[in-house]
Design a protein around this ligand. Sequence first.
Ligand code: CO
Length: 136
Amino acid sequence: MSASSPRGTRIAHIGIAVPALDAILPFYRDVLGMPEVPLDDADGARIAGVAAGESLVELLESEQPDSPIGKFLAKRGAGIHHVCFAVDDLDGTLAKCKSAGLRLIDETPRIGAEGKRIAFLHPSSTGGVLVELSEH
Ligand code: CO
């Protein structure tokens, strides 16, 4: 378990909302040379992943206008949607966030695009950035 081998908090991925995956993927994959990583679709978004060392960039394309990414694109346009931090103890960190009075979007962890347990924190509690916490 992660508790016995702590790795420390690190950036797991950055999620970027894009109008069309096919239009932007070549920049990351072909120009910057970042290897493509297969990811599951999640939350009404089609997701393409590219590796940046141990971290990922997730390109998020809306599949439905009323999905979280669809709403984000309509309101804010393309851009950074969220930052995901991998933590050693997701449940413990989430409990700490709760007791610190932070606004949680997910009260309990669920499965994210990488197949890992994740939970989102509300931007109003995190300096205006949608923060996702995940297990390593
Ligand atoms: Co994410």
